[in-house]
Design a protein around this ligand. Structure first.
Ligand SMILES: Cc1cc2nc3c(=O)[nH]c(=O)nc-3n(C[C@H](O)[C@H](O)[C@H](O)COP(=O)(O)OP(=O)(O)OC[C@H]3O[C@@H](n4cnc5c(N)ncnc54)[C@H](O)[C@@H]3O)c2cc1C
Length: 378
Protein backbone atom coordinates (compact mmCIF):
# COMPACT_ATOMS: atom_id res chain seq x y z
CA UNK A 1 0.00 0.00 0.00
CA UNK A 2 1.35 3.45 -0.97
CA UNK A 3 1.83 6.37 1.37
CA UNK A 4 -1.07 8.69 2.13
CA UNK A 5 -1.28 12.27 0.89
CA UNK A 6 1.79 12.59 -1.36
CA UNK A 7 1.45 13.93 -4.92
CA UNK A 8 3.50 12.91 -7.98
CA UNK A 9 5.62 16.05 -7.42
CA UNK A 10 6.31 15.02 -3.82
CA UNK A 11 7.38 11.53 -4.88
CA UNK A 12 9.61 12.99 -7.64
CA UNK A 13 11.22 15.20 -4.99
CA UNK A 14 11.76 12.14 -2.77
CA UNK A 15 13.61 10.40 -5.64
CA UNK A 16 15.74 13.52 -6.25
CA UNK A 17 16.73 13.75 -2.58
CA UNK A 18 17.49 10.02 -2.32
CA UNK A 19 19.63 10.06 -5.47
CA UNK A 20 21.45 13.17 -4.28
CA UNK A 21 22.20 11.71 -0.84
CA UNK A 22 23.31 8.37 -2.31
CA UNK A 23 25.65 10.19 -4.69
CA UNK A 24 27.01 13.06 -2.59
CA UNK A 25 26.57 12.08 1.05
CA UNK A 26 27.13 8.38 1.62
CA UNK A 27 30.42 8.00 -0.32
CA UNK A 28 31.95 10.92 1.60
CA UNK A 29 30.84 9.77 5.04
CA UNK A 30 34.28 8.70 6.27
CA UNK A 31 35.81 12.02 5.22
CA UNK A 32 33.05 14.10 6.83
CA UNK A 33 33.41 12.12 10.04
CA UNK A 34 37.17 12.57 10.05
CA UNK A 35 36.85 16.33 9.43
CA UNK A 36 34.01 16.64 11.95
CA UNK A 37 31.48 18.18 9.58
CA UNK A 38 30.02 18.49 6.11
CA UNK A 39 31.99 20.63 3.70
CA UNK A 40 30.69 23.73 1.95
CA UNK A 41 30.78 21.97 -1.42
CA UNK A 42 28.11 19.60 -0.13
CA UNK A 43 25.74 22.47 0.75
CA UNK A 44 26.37 24.13 -2.62
CA UNK A 45 25.66 20.87 -4.46
CA UNK A 46 22.43 20.50 -2.45
CA UNK A 47 21.54 24.04 -3.56
CA UNK A 48 22.36 23.22 -7.21
CA UNK A 49 20.20 20.08 -7.02
CA UNK A 50 17.29 22.33 -5.95
CA UNK A 51 16.88 20.41 -2.73
CA UNK A 52 17.26 23.32 -0.36
CA UNK A 53 15.00 25.56 -2.42
CA UNK A 54 12.04 23.20 -2.50
CA UNK A 55 12.50 21.86 1.01
CA UNK A 56 12.54 25.33 2.48
CA UNK A 57 10.09 27.22 0.33
CA UNK A 58 8.22 24.20 -1.07
CA UNK A 59 5.70 26.51 -2.71
CA UNK A 60 4.13 26.81 0.70
CA UNK A 61 4.00 23.05 1.25
CA UNK A 62 5.85 21.72 4.28
CA UNK A 63 5.59 18.14 2.93
CA UNK A 64 8.77 18.74 0.87
CA UNK A 65 10.70 19.52 4.02
CA UNK A 66 9.32 16.40 5.77
CA UNK A 67 10.32 14.26 2.77
CA UNK A 68 13.85 15.63 2.97
CA UNK A 69 13.92 14.86 6.72
CA UNK A 70 12.74 11.29 6.15
CA UNK A 71 15.23 10.68 3.35
CA UNK A 72 18.04 12.13 5.44
CA UNK A 73 16.97 9.79 8.24
CA UNK A 74 17.20 6.83 5.87
CA UNK A 75 20.87 7.41 5.08
CA UNK A 76 23.43 5.70 7.22
CA UNK A 77 25.24 9.03 7.14
CA UNK A 78 22.34 10.90 8.68
CA UNK A 79 23.25 9.25 11.92
CA UNK A 80 26.43 11.25 11.70
CA UNK A 81 25.04 14.37 10.08
CA UNK A 82 22.04 14.87 12.29
CA UNK A 83 20.11 17.99 11.55
CA UNK A 84 23.04 20.00 10.20
CA UNK A 85 21.87 19.99 6.60
CA UNK A 86 18.57 21.52 7.51
CA UNK A 87 19.48 23.68 10.51
CA UNK A 88 16.00 22.76 11.61
CA UNK A 89 13.76 25.75 12.09
CA UNK A 90 16.06 28.63 11.12
CA UNK A 91 14.82 29.21 7.57
CA UNK A 92 11.22 28.90 8.70
CA UNK A 93 11.83 31.75 11.10
CA UNK A 94 13.27 33.91 8.32
CA UNK A 95 10.46 33.05 5.92
CA UNK A 96 7.71 33.46 8.46
CA UNK A 97 8.92 36.41 10.48
CA UNK A 98 11.82 38.12 8.67
CA UNK A 99 11.44 41.56 7.05
CA UNK A 100 11.49 41.82 3.24
CA UNK A 101 14.96 43.37 3.52
CA UNK A 102 16.25 40.43 5.62
CA UNK A 103 14.79 37.87 3.22
CA UNK A 104 16.25 39.67 0.21
CA UNK A 105 19.66 39.83 1.87
CA UNK A 106 19.93 36.22 3.04
CA UNK A 107 17.40 33.89 1.42
CA UNK A 108 18.98 33.57 -2.06
CA UNK A 109 22.30 32.53 -0.53
CA UNK A 110 20.60 30.12 1.90
CA UNK A 111 18.81 28.40 -0.97
CA UNK A 112 22.00 28.01 -3.02
CA UNK A 113 23.81 26.54 0.00
CA UNK A 114 26.27 29.44 0.13
CA UNK A 115 25.49 30.31 3.72
CA UNK A 116 24.56 28.02 6.60
CA UNK A 117 22.54 28.85 9.67
CA UNK A 118 22.11 28.12 13.37
CA UNK A 119 19.53 28.94 16.01
CA UNK A 120 21.35 29.68 19.30
CA UNK A 121 18.89 29.60 22.18
CA UNK A 122 20.23 27.07 24.74
CA UNK A 123 22.86 28.21 27.23
CA UNK A 124 25.08 26.35 29.69
CA UNK A 125 22.55 27.03 32.47
CA UNK A 126 19.31 27.17 30.44
CA UNK A 127 18.02 24.30 28.30
CA UNK A 128 14.56 22.97 29.08
CA UNK A 129 13.58 26.35 30.50
CA UNK A 130 14.38 28.88 27.77
CA UNK A 131 13.12 31.80 29.86
CA UNK A 132 16.15 31.28 32.13
CA UNK A 133 18.61 32.46 29.44
CA UNK A 134 21.05 35.14 30.50
CA UNK A 135 22.20 36.46 27.10
CA UNK A 136 21.19 40.08 26.59
CA UNK A 137 20.72 42.31 23.55
CA UNK A 138 20.55 45.86 24.82
CA UNK A 139 19.47 48.70 22.53
CA UNK A 140 22.15 51.36 22.07
CA UNK A 141 21.13 54.04 19.54
CA UNK A 142 20.48 52.31 16.21
CA UNK A 143 22.16 49.08 17.35
CA UNK A 144 21.75 46.12 19.69
CA UNK A 145 24.76 45.11 21.78
CA UNK A 146 24.75 41.37 22.51
CA UNK A 147 26.51 39.59 25.38
CA UNK A 148 26.23 35.96 26.51
CA UNK A 149 27.09 32.30 25.89
CA UNK A 150 25.24 29.67 23.89
CA UNK A 151 25.71 25.91 24.12
CA UNK A 152 24.74 22.71 22.24
CA UNK A 153 23.91 24.60 19.05
CA UNK A 154 23.38 22.59 15.84
CA UNK A 155 25.70 23.98 13.12
CA UNK A 156 27.04 26.23 15.89
CA UNK A 157 30.75 26.10 15.21
CA UNK A 158 30.48 26.74 11.47
CA UNK A 159 27.23 28.59 10.70
CA UNK A 160 27.44 31.94 8.91
CA UNK A 161 24.08 33.25 10.02
CA UNK A 162 22.92 33.11 13.64
CA UNK A 163 19.34 33.69 14.86
CA UNK A 164 20.36 34.57 18.40
CA UNK A 165 17.71 34.51 21.12
CA UNK A 166 18.55 37.07 23.81
CA UNK A 167 16.81 39.23 26.36
CA UNK A 168 16.12 42.71 25.03
CA UNK A 169 14.22 43.51 28.24
CA UNK A 170 15.60 41.26 31.01
CA UNK A 171 13.05 42.56 33.55
CA UNK A 172 10.21 41.01 31.50
CA UNK A 173 11.59 37.43 31.60
CA UNK A 174 10.17 35.25 28.79
CA UNK A 175 8.20 38.20 27.38
CA UNK A 176 11.41 40.21 27.04
CA UNK A 177 13.18 37.76 24.71
CA UNK A 178 13.84 38.59 21.04
CA UNK A 179 15.39 36.94 17.97
CA UNK A 180 18.21 38.91 16.38
CA UNK A 181 20.19 38.01 13.27
CA UNK A 182 23.97 38.07 13.70
CA UNK A 183 26.50 37.38 10.94
CA UNK A 184 29.02 35.08 12.57
CA UNK A 185 31.98 37.15 11.34
CA UNK A 186 30.82 40.15 13.40
CA UNK A 187 33.55 41.21 15.89
CA UNK A 188 33.01 39.67 19.34
CA UNK A 189 31.53 36.35 18.14
CA UNK A 190 33.47 33.13 18.82
CA UNK A 191 32.46 29.64 17.69
CA UNK A 192 33.79 26.28 18.89
CA UNK A 193 32.83 22.64 18.42
CA UNK A 194 31.61 20.43 21.28
CA UNK A 195 32.56 16.76 20.79
CA UNK A 196 29.40 14.68 21.20
CA UNK A 197 28.61 10.99 20.94
CA UNK A 198 26.46 10.31 17.89
CA UNK A 199 26.26 12.65 14.89
CA UNK A 200 30.01 12.48 14.45
CA UNK A 201 29.98 14.55 11.30
CA UNK A 202 27.34 16.84 12.68
CA UNK A 203 28.36 20.13 14.20
CA UNK A 204 27.26 20.85 17.75
CA UNK A 205 28.75 24.14 18.84
CA UNK A 206 29.38 26.55 21.70
CA UNK A 207 29.25 30.26 20.95
CA UNK A 208 30.09 33.36 22.88
CA UNK A 209 29.10 36.96 22.25
CA UNK A 210 31.12 39.81 23.73
CA UNK A 211 29.85 43.32 23.01
CA UNK A 212 28.61 42.18 19.61
CA UNK A 213 27.08 45.20 17.88
CA UNK A 214 24.47 44.70 15.16
CA UNK A 215 22.00 47.12 13.55
CA UNK A 216 18.54 47.27 15.17
CA UNK A 217 17.11 46.33 11.74
CA UNK A 218 18.46 42.78 12.42
CA UNK A 219 15.57 42.19 14.84
CA UNK A 220 13.32 39.37 13.57
CA UNK A 221 9.64 39.97 14.24
CA UNK A 222 8.85 42.31 17.12
CA UNK A 223 10.87 43.08 20.24
CA UNK A 224 9.89 40.59 22.95
CA UNK A 225 8.45 38.22 20.33
CA UNK A 226 10.96 35.33 20.55
CA UNK A 227 8.67 32.91 22.41
CA UNK A 228 5.82 33.50 19.94
CA UNK A 229 8.20 32.94 17.00
CA UNK A 230 9.48 29.70 18.49
CA UNK A 231 5.97 28.47 19.27
CA UNK A 232 5.09 29.17 15.66
CA UNK A 233 7.77 26.75 14.42
CA UNK A 234 7.07 23.96 16.94
CA UNK A 235 4.48 22.10 14.87
CA UNK A 236 6.68 21.84 11.76
CA UNK A 237 9.74 21.00 13.84
CA UNK A 238 7.97 18.13 15.61
CA UNK A 239 6.89 16.66 12.27
CA UNK A 240 10.35 16.91 10.69
CA UNK A 241 11.89 15.16 13.71
CA UNK A 242 9.26 12.39 13.52
CA UNK A 243 9.93 12.01 9.78
CA UNK A 244 13.64 11.62 10.48
CA UNK A 245 12.87 8.98 13.16
CA UNK A 246 10.70 7.15 10.64
CA UNK A 247 13.43 7.22 7.97
CA UNK A 248 16.06 5.94 10.39
CA UNK A 249 13.87 3.15 11.83
CA UNK A 250 12.84 2.00 8.38
CA UNK A 251 16.45 1.97 7.10
CA UNK A 252 17.65 0.16 10.24
CA UNK A 253 15.06 -2.55 9.69
CA UNK A 254 16.23 -3.01 6.08
CA UNK A 255 19.88 -3.24 7.16
CA UNK A 256 18.98 -5.75 9.88
CA UNK A 257 16.90 -7.91 7.57
CA UNK A 258 19.86 -8.14 5.17
CA UNK A 259 22.17 -9.08 8.03
CA UNK A 260 20.01 -11.73 9.73
CA UNK A 261 19.38 -13.44 6.38
CA UNK A 262 23.14 -13.90 5.95
CA UNK A 263 24.40 -14.52 9.49
CA UNK A 264 24.42 -18.17 10.60
CA UNK A 265 24.47 -19.33 14.25
CA UNK A 266 24.07 -22.96 15.46
CA UNK A 267 23.93 -23.91 11.80
CA UNK A 268 20.90 -21.79 10.96
CA UNK A 269 20.24 -18.24 9.81
CA UNK A 270 19.53 -15.73 12.58
CA UNK A 271 16.26 -14.85 10.81
CA UNK A 272 15.08 -18.46 11.23
CA UNK A 273 14.88 -18.18 15.04
CA UNK A 274 11.30 -17.40 15.96
CA UNK A 275 12.54 -14.85 18.48
CA UNK A 276 14.24 -12.92 15.65
CA UNK A 277 11.05 -12.98 13.60
CA UNK A 278 9.07 -11.65 16.57
CA UNK A 279 11.57 -8.83 17.10
CA UNK A 280 11.46 -7.97 13.40
CA UNK A 281 7.66 -8.09 13.46
CA UNK A 282 7.65 -5.58 16.34
CA UNK A 283 10.02 -3.30 14.40
CA UNK A 284 7.89 -3.57 11.27
CA UNK A 285 4.75 -2.67 13.25
CA UNK A 286 6.50 0.38 14.73
CA UNK A 287 7.68 1.57 11.30
CA UNK A 288 4.21 1.15 9.77
CA UNK A 289 2.55 3.02 12.64
CA UNK A 290 5.18 5.78 12.34
CA UNK A 291 4.43 6.12 8.60
CA UNK A 292 0.76 6.58 9.35
CA UNK A 293 1.45 9.07 12.14
CA UNK A 294 3.77 11.20 9.97
CA UNK A 295 1.43 11.13 6.97
CA UNK A 296 -1.61 11.99 9.11
CA UNK A 297 0.31 14.78 10.83
CA UNK A 298 1.20 16.30 7.44
CA UNK A 299 -2.41 16.09 6.27
CA UNK A 300 -3.69 17.68 9.46
CA UNK A 301 -1.01 20.39 9.26
CA UNK A 302 -2.23 21.20 5.74
CA UNK A 303 -5.78 21.44 7.09
CA UNK A 304 -4.53 23.62 9.97
CA UNK A 305 -5.81 20.99 12.38
CA UNK A 306 -2.52 19.85 13.94
CA UNK A 307 -2.30 21.06 17.53
CA UNK A 308 0.54 21.77 19.96
CA UNK A 309 -0.50 18.67 21.93
CA UNK A 310 -0.48 16.57 18.73
CA UNK A 311 3.09 17.77 18.11
CA UNK A 312 4.19 16.83 21.64
CA UNK A 313 2.65 13.35 21.33
CA UNK A 314 4.25 12.86 17.92
CA UNK A 315 7.73 13.90 19.11
CA UNK A 316 7.51 11.77 22.25
CA UNK A 317 6.25 8.66 20.46
CA UNK A 318 8.39 8.88 17.32
CA UNK A 319 11.69 9.42 19.11
CA UNK A 320 10.96 6.57 21.55
CA UNK A 321 9.92 4.39 18.60
CA UNK A 322 13.24 5.09 16.86
CA UNK A 323 15.16 4.18 20.02
CA UNK A 324 13.13 0.98 20.47
CA UNK A 325 13.63 -0.17 16.87
CA UNK A 326 17.33 0.68 16.81
CA UNK A 327 17.91 -1.14 20.08
CA UNK A 328 16.30 -4.33 18.72
CA UNK A 329 18.27 -4.03 15.48
CA UNK A 330 21.58 -3.69 17.37
CA UNK A 331 20.65 -6.78 19.40
CA UNK A 332 20.02 -8.79 16.24
CA UNK A 333 23.42 -7.75 14.85
CA UNK A 334 25.15 -9.07 17.99
CA UNK A 335 28.70 -7.75 18.44
CA UNK A 336 28.73 -6.33 14.90
CA UNK A 337 26.01 -3.91 16.00
CA UNK A 338 28.43 -2.30 18.44
CA UNK A 339 31.37 -1.88 16.07
CA UNK A 340 32.03 1.81 15.55
CA UNK A 341 32.17 1.55 11.78
CA UNK A 342 28.82 -0.18 11.24
CA UNK A 343 25.95 2.10 10.16
CA UNK A 344 23.65 0.42 12.69
CA UNK A 345 25.85 1.44 15.64
CA UNK A 346 25.92 5.05 14.40
CA UNK A 347 22.17 5.06 13.99
CA UNK A 348 21.73 3.69 17.51
CA UNK A 349 23.76 6.44 19.18
CA UNK A 350 22.17 9.10 16.98
CA UNK A 351 18.69 7.91 17.97
CA UNK A 352 19.46 8.67 21.61
CA UNK A 353 19.96 12.35 20.85
CA UNK A 354 16.44 12.72 19.47
CA UNK A 355 14.88 12.19 22.91
CA UNK A 356 16.88 15.05 24.40
CA UNK A 357 17.12 17.90 21.91
CA UNK A 358 14.23 20.11 20.77
CA UNK A 359 12.44 19.44 24.05
CA UNK A 360 13.18 16.32 26.10
CA UNK A 361 10.73 13.43 26.53
CA UNK A 362 9.84 14.88 29.91
CA UNK A 363 9.02 18.30 28.47
CA UNK A 364 6.70 16.67 25.90
CA UNK A 365 4.98 14.80 28.75
CA UNK A 366 4.61 18.06 30.70
CA UNK A 367 2.86 19.60 27.66
CA UNK A 368 0.57 16.58 27.16
CA UNK A 369 -0.26 16.35 30.87
CA UNK A 370 -1.07 20.07 30.99
CA UNK A 371 -3.75 19.55 28.34
CA UNK A 372 -5.13 16.57 30.27
CA UNK A 373 -5.27 18.52 33.53
CA UNK A 374 -7.02 21.45 31.84
CA UNK A 375 -9.57 19.09 30.29
CA UNK A 376 -10.25 17.29 33.53
CA UNK A 377 -10.67 20.60 35.39
CA UNK A 378 -13.23 21.86 32.85
C1 LIG B 1 22.87 17.38 19.51
C2 LIG B 1 22.13 18.55 20.09
C3 LIG B 1 21.75 19.60 19.26
C4 LIG B 1 21.10 20.72 19.80
N1 LIG B 1 20.80 21.78 18.98
C5 LIG B 1 20.31 22.94 19.54
C6 LIG B 1 20.14 24.12 18.74
O1 LIG B 1 20.37 24.12 17.53
N2 LIG B 1 19.72 25.26 19.36
C7 LIG B 1 19.46 25.31 20.71
O2 LIG B 1 19.11 26.37 21.19
N3 LIG B 1 19.60 24.19 21.48
C8 LIG B 1 20.03 23.02 20.94
N4 LIG B 1 20.20 21.90 21.73
C9 LIG B 1 19.91 21.97 23.15
C10 LIG B 1 18.69 21.14 23.56
O3 LIG B 1 17.52 21.74 23.11
C11 LIG B 1 18.76 20.96 25.08
O4 LIG B 1 19.82 20.06 25.36
C12 LIG B 1 17.45 20.42 25.65
O5 LIG B 1 16.43 21.38 25.54
C13 LIG B 1 17.60 20.00 27.12
O6 LIG B 1 18.20 21.01 27.87
P1 LIG B 1 19.44 20.65 28.83
O7 LIG B 1 20.41 19.87 28.02
O8 LIG B 1 19.91 21.91 29.43
O9 LIG B 1 18.83 19.70 29.92
P2 LIG B 1 18.14 20.20 31.28
O10 LIG B 1 17.16 21.26 30.97
O11 LIG B 1 19.21 20.51 32.26
O12 LIG B 1 17.36 18.90 31.72
C14 LIG B 1 17.96 17.85 32.51
C15 LIG B 1 16.89 16.81 32.81
O13 LIG B 1 15.82 17.40 33.57
C16 LIG B 1 14.59 17.09 32.97
N5 LIG B 1 13.58 18.13 33.21
C17 LIG B 1 13.69 19.45 32.92
N6 LIG B 1 12.55 20.09 33.21
C18 LIG B 1 11.69 19.15 33.71
C19 LIG B 1 10.34 19.16 34.18
N7 LIG B 1 9.62 20.30 34.20
N8 LIG B 1 9.79 18.00 34.60
C20 LIG B 1 10.49 16.86 34.56
N9 LIG B 1 11.76 16.76 34.12
C21 LIG B 1 12.35 17.89 33.69
C22 LIG B 1 14.93 16.99 31.49
O14 LIG B 1 13.91 16.28 30.77
C23 LIG B 1 16.24 16.24 31.56
O15 LIG B 1 15.99 14.86 31.69
C24 LIG B 1 20.80 20.75 21.19
C25 LIG B 1 21.14 19.66 22.01
C26 LIG B 1 21.79 18.57 21.48
C27 LIG B 1 22.15 17.42 22.39
Amino acid sequence: MGRLGYSEEHEAFRRTVRTFLDREHEPNLARYERDGGLDRAFYRKAGEAGILGLAYTGEGDFTYYAIMAEELGRTAGSASTGSSLMADVATYILLGHGTEEQKEKYLPRILTGEITQAMPLTEPSAGSDPTAIKATAIRDGDDYVINGDKYFISNGSTADLLYVVAKTDPAKGGRGMSVIIVDSDTPGVTQAKIPMIGWRQGDTGALSFTDVRVPASNLVGREGGAMAIMMDTFLEDRIQIAARCLGAASKALELTLDYVKERKVFGQRVIDFQNSQFMLAECRSDVKIAETMVDMALMRLRQKDFTFEDGAILKLWATQMEGRVLDKCVQLFGGAGLMEETPISKMWTAARIQRVYAGTDELQKVAIARGLMEESAA
